[in-house]
Design a protein around this ligand. Structure first.
Ligand code: SAH
Length: 426
């Protein structure tokens, strides 16, 4: 059991050695947090996570970025181009099913190195004949200046204009394939309009609150300075319930430990409102569960698990996405599909056929081995196949004819949503 934080919050222990260099040689974030904890007392895990990841000066994403083989964690688009290509095909397929509107925005939340967008835009470019009469623009929501720079280099070759006039974007450019690209810090800055949204390994990076059931009722887990070991942080329990405890724990909750990510809820609600009003769809892919898991908060550094409280700002912090919470937060403004396991989604999207084509077209053994290896990483249930999930938000009319009740027989059937239905080859 965790110790309880003292009831009086404005106390504080010496924490003398807390400013020593953290392992990895980066103590600036720890110093900043210790000062804050000394002045204000323990903080919520959400506050700790927000500071460690996106603090404008010292945050992990702000400074390090971390994605990729040379970083701290590897993601599906970084493993295989096939991943992004199949997602590109998903958007084209939905665009066609929704009657080929003459323009759309591709909006990606947390694009990392920009690899996924690049693979999607390559598919859009290859299908110019299909998309020829459609105006496509790209909108990236990214808080990290460092990663937005990497994205700009990857997608535009570095030709970007900062702070364009008359725009809510902080940067704009033209993709190598000729599409306008804009960067924003918040989804609310993205102009309204028919949009296809994408969030791959984005929601797991947003701050969570953690709660523990105790004999005295629910308590929130907080982060504090460890009085015993001065240069360390520790978890404590709030002495009484906190505003978050009151708001986020459902009376019917049966688990003893619960994680809630209100920021994910707010963003999904915004996506649902935008899709309801302007049309489009959202595809969310992440590791997660359907409201069943308990303690999933963890850190990654150099591709290894890392103590979440050690050397903050130098490791990626993440928690599984609770898809049941995301579904609830759409407030039925859209239909939701999934979560469905990554290996099922990719199979339904035709990954096996794509692999066969690539294998047939590759001459050298090294490339073939690489293709098979990355297929295994994405699809193997023991690797990424089972723990990653796909989840979609779609307008209600995409799945049910609005006037179905009145005259069901007069309507042609709606095309199935790719990826969420078994692939039927004609
Ligand atoms: N989608 C990419 C990267 C995932 S890492 C991939 O799959 O490879 C998480 C991404 O989200 C990073 O680009 C990070 O900078 C960004 N990010 C984290 N918190 C954010 C926030 N609050 N708002 C916008 N972007 C954020």
């Amino acid at each position: 059991p965790l110790p309880a934080a003292p009831a009086a919050v404005a106390r504080l222990c010496s924490g003398a050695g807390a400013e020593a260099e953290a392992p990895g040689g980066d103590a600036a974030m720890l110093r900043h947090l210790v000062r804050k904890l000394r002045a204000c007392g323990p903080v919520t895990v959400a506050e700790y996570m927000r500071e460690a990841l996106t603090n404008p000066a010292q945050g992990y994403y702000t400074r390090r970025g971390g994605v990729g083989e040379s970083g701290d964690f590897i993601t599906s688009p970084e493993i295989s181009q096939v991943f992004g290509e199949l997602i590109g095909i998903w958007y084209i397929s939905e665009w066609m099913a929704m009657g080929k509107p003459n323009n759309f925005q591709l909006v990606e939340l947390g694009p990392g190195r920009g690899t996924l967008t690049e693979d999607i835009l390559r598919v859009f470019n290859q299908l110019t004949s299909v998309l020829s009469k459609c105006d496509v623009s790209v909108h990236l929501v990214e808080v990290s200046p460092k990663l937005s720079e990497i994205q700009a280099r990857m997608l535009t070759g570095g030709k970007v204009q900062p702070n364009p006039e008359d725009k809510s974007a902080y940067m704009e450019g033209i993709s190598k394939t000729g599409m306008p690209i804009f960067w924003y810090r918040d989804i609310q800055d993205v102009p309204p309009g028919y949009s296809f949204y994408l969030a791959h390994e984005f929601f797991d990076a947003l701050p969570i609150h953690k709660f523990q059931r105790t004999e005295k009722g629910w308590r929130e887990v907080l982060v504090d300075i460890d009085p015993e070991v001065p240069d360390q942080l520790r978890f404590v329990l709030s002495p009484s319930s906190t505003p978050a405890t009151e708001n986020f724990i459902q009376p019917e909750e049966t688990r003893d430990h619960v994680e809630v990510c209100p920021e994910a809820g707010v963003i999904v609600h915004r996506l649902a409102c935008r899709i309801e009003k302007d049309g489009g769809a959202a595809l969310v892919a992440d590791y997660g569960h359907d409201g069943t898991k308990t303690d999933t908060f963890r850190g990654f550094r150099n591709h290894k698990l890392h103590d979440v409280l050690s050397a903050p700002g130098t490791a990626d912090l993440t928690a599984d996405v609770d898809f049941s919470y995301l579904r609830k937060m759409t407030q039925e403004r859209t239909t939701t599909l999934g979560p469905i396991k990554q290996r099922e989604f990719l199979k339904n999207m035709g990954i096996d056929l794509r692999l066969q084509v690539l294998l047939r077209n590759s001459r050298d053994t090294a490339t073939r081995e690489q293709l098979l290896h990355s297929y295994d990483m994405l699809m193997n249930p023991e690797k990424m196949g089972d723990c990653f999930n796909f989840f979609a938000l779609l307008p209600h009319h995409r799945l049910v004819h609005p006037d179905k009740k009145d005259k069901p027989e007069s309507k042609s059937p709606l095309p199935p949503v790719a990826g969420f239905n078994e692939l039927l080859l004609k």
